[in-house]
Ligand binder design. Sequence first.
Ligand code: B12
Length: 302
Amino acid sequence: MAVEGLTAGAVARRLGVAVTTLRTWHQRYGLGPSEHVPGHHRRYTEQDLDRLQVMQRLTAQGVAPAEAAAWVRRVDDLDLSAFTGTTTRRDGGGQAIALGAASPAARGLARAAMRLDAPAMRDIFQSAVSESGVIEAWNHVAMPVLIGIGERYEATQRFVEVEHLISRTVTEVLAAVSRPAPGDVPRVLLAAADEEQHTLPLEALAAALAEGGVPCRLLGARVPPEALSDAIARTGPAVVVLWSQTPATGDPAQLLQVLNAPHPPLLTAAAGPGWPDRLPSGVAQLTDLAEAAQAVAAAARP
Ligand code: B12
């Protein structure tokens, strides 16, 4: 949503508050318009509107305006410069990495994540999935924010709560993508490597496959080798994709075990940045969601 350059009247209408209330918030609490258009009154930017939405929600819940404004400023302090294309020194000495061309929806998601606004996060990501499909929404909305949050965590050792809430929200939206009819037997098995807790990319793959009418079984996080073997023996998949996010979980012995199963799948694929560069021969390496969805769908065709 491009809302750059809104007048006070337009903002008041969007928020359902009086223009005089906006003036009070501006004069008393400094929550005014920040965009300067030469020869005009200042205009409200998308970020100003975000702040005022928080202010409006809190005051509607009975929080005193001064306290609500203090909260809005605290959220501002956490400011996601990582998503706005600027490079700033943050507390903890961390250097935020510019993401430059992040989409407006990604910036909106990042801001909603920073203020722990789960309904807004869900709304933004859900709209992106409905409008552009899982692959676009993952690549251009969820992924830049997740990578940015990872960088902020690394630089500051903070924002674990943001990481958890956004993970939860992304999971919920991806899980809500409608699945193929229950009669279709899944020929695809997706699993995270042993001790691997990162599962969102596999959840995105499962949702992207579902959009294309391909059912799958998603075992989820931390799948021990014996459990993986048992699942393969019991379901005879045509495709197995194993996700490793970090080198700590990327032991290629897990891939060899799949290749050496009594009835190995047609396609054994390693996905994620945790695997070593050299993989056992016979293992395909998947590097992005679109490629993965295409390769898996092709191999799963009966
Ligand atoms: C969300 C998250 C979590 C959540 C996961 C929730 C869930 N259900 O998945 C939780 C809180 C559980 C978590 C835990 C931990 N995390 Co974490 N986490 C993340 C975060 C923010 C996003 C993870 C993710 O989904 N990545 C996927 C996409 C968004 O990122 P990417 O892998 O870089 O994408 C590239 C490729 O993978 C590819 N790609 C993207 N999507 C897809 C999809 C498919 C199908 C394919 C084939 C390819 C593909 O394209 C990208 C460009 O090349 C990352 C940051 C990051 N950069 O990934 C940290 C990150 C991965 N975590 C990290 C760490 C350190 C941890 C913990 C050890 C923290 C701790 N101290 O406990 C634990 C790990 C525990 C374990 N054993 O697994 C580090 C890893 C550093 C490293 N290289 O070793 C990261 C990089 C954060 C950081 N910068 O420090 N984490």
